[in-house]
Design a protein around this ligand. Structure first.
Ligand SMILES: [Zn+2]
Length: 346
């Protein structure tokens, strides 16, 4: 690990350590008198009326949260256009000031004049940036890094902004249509811990604990525990592929269980605790094969099985969100960094 990388990782840790610091002005989209949100009307100051924020958008924009690096829509997006505030529609940045910083978030070296407000972050070290029009949290600004001649980096959460191609300033209705989702199934030992890590990943709509890969129908936990049904404890993830990629989820899976122990994770022994990827498409299979090859090249003796996805049986209710319901229970699934390079498929 060279010094640049150490600094970058330290920066990421500091960044992600910034917590909720109280809500700024909560400005819901303007409503008409009958209480309904207008469709695509323009507000008086020529801003598009934005649709209501979803929970993840509220977490970042209103409660000063941070999306995970390399998970947003725009960190690797360089089309020509304008980026507007997701909360109020104000124009914030143009693509001309966007540059590649490789930090995992959209980076701009200049704002549209007057569009961005700066204030000392509650952490006492950084400078927070907010939409000057509505106070929505955008991210932080850093100076003196010498990344561009302007020597400034606005590090912005993708989720706080919406890209508008030229000529489409008033037409886009981001997040108003339900996003198309995809599914992935992973087995990595006790499903409580696997589900916990996947469920708390931005872009993941749902992670369910269940059973798959066996020979009986509608198995119960007791039956699966005997090891005689052939099922693995597994997690089915429903995710928005525009927010998080299959590769990112698969990497998380390989880093949150031990893919080198056959039919065993820690104290849990038996075929139901095997490491397996149940792929739904040839692309998912190819991605899993690629990651296994990367790990093998690094010396890991990976035993993870690749199997086509079959019937998935959702486990009993008390297994769902188990670690959220029992925060006192330690998880045996701890993330260990095993890949040095970020995902390349977004
Ligand atoms: Zn705004």
């Amino acid at each position: 690990m060279n010094i640049t990388r150490i600094l970058l990782v330290a920066g990421l840790i500091l960044w992600s350590a910034s917590g909720c610091q109280g809500a700024p002005t909560d400005q819901p989209p303007k409503r008409s008198d009958d209480g309904k949100t207008p469709e695509t009307t323009m507000t008086k100051n020529d801003k598009p009326a934005m649709p209501p924020l979803n929970d993840e958008e509220k977490r970042v924009i209103l409660h000063k949260g941070t999306e995970r690096a390399f998970t947003g829509k725009y960190w690797n997006h360089f089309a020509e256009g304008v980026y507007i505030c997701r909360n109020c529609g104000a124009e914030l940045y143009t693509s001309k000031s966007k540059f590649r910083s490789e930090c995992g978030w959209p980076s701009f070296d200049d704002e549209i004049p007057g569009a961005v407000k700066r204030q000392a972050d509650a952490d006492g070290r950084r400078t927070e940036i907010l939409c000057a029009a509505c106070g929505g949290h955008l991210g932080h600004v850093f100076e003196g890094e010498r990344m561009t001649p302007r020597n400034t980096r606005h590090c912005v959460n993708s989720i706080s902004i919406v890209f508008m191609p030229p000529g489409q300033k008033s037409q886009t209705q981001p997040a108003s249509q339900p996003a198309k989702t995809e599914q992935a199934i992973f087995a990595g030992g006790c499903f409580w811990g696997v589900e916990h890590h996947l469920e708390h990943t931005p872009g993941v709509r749902k992670a369910e604990s269940g059973y798959t890969g066996g020979t009986t129908r509608n198995p119960t936990y007791r039956e699966v525990c005997t090891g005689k049904t052939g099922h693995a404890e597994a997690v089915r993830v429903t995710y928005d592929p525009t927010q998080v990629s299959y590769e990112q989820l698969a990497r998380l899976f390989f880093e949150t269980h031990d893919p080198t122990t056959a039919n065993r994770q820690g104290p849990d022994v038996g075929t139901q605790y095997r490491s397996a990827v149940f792929y739904a498409t040839p692309e998912q299979k190819a991605t899993a094969e690629k990651l296994i090859a990367l790990l093998k090249a690094k010396g890991y003796k990976v035993v993870t099985q690749l199997q086509p996805a079959g019937e998935f049986y959702v486990a009993e209710d008390y297994h769902q969100d188990y670690l959220d319901k029992h925060p006192d229970r330690p998880s045996c699934h701890v993330r260990v960094e095993r890949f040095d390079t970020p995902a390349t498929d977004q």
